[in-house]
Design a protein around this ligand. Structure first.
Ligand SMILES: [Zn+2]
Length: 274
C-alpha cells in the first residue's frame, strides 16, 4: 500500500510538472499544483461511502452555489468549526476569477470529503435549445473529470434553479445521477419521491430566528433540510444573495446543539442514502 502510494505521488508529481493544464490557479507553482493533484489522486482511491442511516433523525445538507470565494473563507470556516461538511456547485469558467474560489481551494475541500458538483460550465441563463444546455453541462463535467473532481461531475445543480423538461430527459439518458433546482431534487433511478425534505434558501432577508423555527418544524415533521447559500458577508449586494456570517453561524451552532435530532451530511451522502 505504501509503495503504491509512493509510486502515485512520485509519478503524479512528475506528470504534473510536465503537463499540468495551464494556470488553473494564478500564483500557484507547478509544484504546488502537483501536490494538490497528488492529494486528489490519493483521495480518488477511496470509495465514496454514505453514512449509515439514523432513522429517528432528520438530515441537514449545506449546499453553496457558484463557488464564491466567501464560501471558502466564511462558509467552510464556520462549518468546519462545528465539524460539518458541505457542498459546492462549481462553474468552471469562474474558477480562479475575482471573488471566486481557486482550483486549489476547491480541491482542498474535495480532499476533505466535501461534495463538489456540476453547476454548468458557463452558468447559462437561457439557452435557445436543450442541446446547447446539455453541451454546457457536459463541458463542465469534462472539466471536472480531467481535474480529478470526479465524484460529483454527474450531479447537476441547475443555474438559477431552473431546468427545461428536455434537458432533464437528456441528462437522465446520459447517465447523470441527479438534478437539483430551487424547489426540488430529482434523483434518477431511485425511489426518491418518498423522501420528505424542505429546501431553505438563505437569502439576505432570512433572519436566523425564523430559520431556527423552521428547523424545529422540520424536526417535528420528520423532514430533511437542504440549505442553499450564495455569498457570505455583511453587505447586501442588492441581489439578496449575500448572507450575514454571524446569522449563518447562529444557524450552524443551533444545528450542532440539536445533534440528537439532526444528522449533517454532505450532498453526495444525502442523495446516495438508501
Ligand atoms: Zn448559480
Amino acid at each position: 500500500m505504501f509503495r503504491k502510494r509512493l509510486f502515485i505521488i512520485l509519478t503524479s508529481l512528475m506528470i504534473t510538472l510536465l503537463i499540468y493544464p495551464e494556470a488553473t490557479d494564478e500564483g500557484a507553482s507547478a509544484l504546488e499544483n502537483g501536490l494538490v493533484y497528488t492529494n486528489l489522486l490519493l483521495n480518488n482511491e477511496i470509495e465514496e461511502d454514505s453514512k449509515p442511516s439514523s432513522k429517528d433523525k432528520v438530515d441537514a445538507v449545506f449546499i453553496m452555489d457558484d463557488g464564491w470565494k466567501t464560501q471558502y473563507t466564511q462558509g467552510y470556516r464556520i462549518l468546519n468549526k462545528y465539524g460539518f461538511k458541505g457542498c459546492i456547485g462549481i462553474i468552471p469558467v469562474s474558477v480562479g476569477e475575482k471573488n471566486y474560489m481557486t482550483y486549489k481551494e476547491i480541491s482542498d475541500l474535495y480532499s476533505q470529503g466535501w461534495s463538489i458538483v456540476n453547476h454548468s460550465y458557463n452558468h447559462f441563463e437561457s439557452h435557445k435549445n436543450v442541446s446547447e444546455e446539455v453541451k454546457d453541462i457536459e463541458l463542465a463535467k469534462e472539466w471536472m473529470d480531467s481535474r480529478l473532481l470526479k465524484n460529483g461531475s454527474n450531479v447537476y445543480i441547475a443555474p438559477y434553479g431552473r431546468i427545461k423538461e428536455g434537458t432533464i430527459k437528456e441528462l437522465k439518458d446520459k447517465g447523470y445521477h441527479s438534478i437539483r433546482t430551487v424547489e426540488e431534487i430529482i434523483v434518477f433511478n431511485d425511489n426518491y419521491e418518498d423522501r420528505k425534505y424542505k429546501i431553505i434558501n438563505l437569502t439576505t432577508d432570512r433572519r436566523s430566528e425564523d430559520v431556527i423555527t423552521e428547523i424545529d418544524e422540520c424536526i417535528n415533521e420528520g423532514r430533511d433540510i437542504i440549505f442553499l447559500n450564495h455569498k457570505f458577508g455583511e453587505e447586501d449586494d442588492g441581489e439578496g444573495m449575500t448572507y450575514k456570517v454571524s446569522e449563518f453561524e447562529k444557524i450552524v451552532k443551533y444545528i450542532k446543539s440539536r445533534e440528537n435530532h439532526i444528522e449533517v451530511r454532505t450532498y453526495s451522502e444525502y442523495i446516495n442514502k438508501k
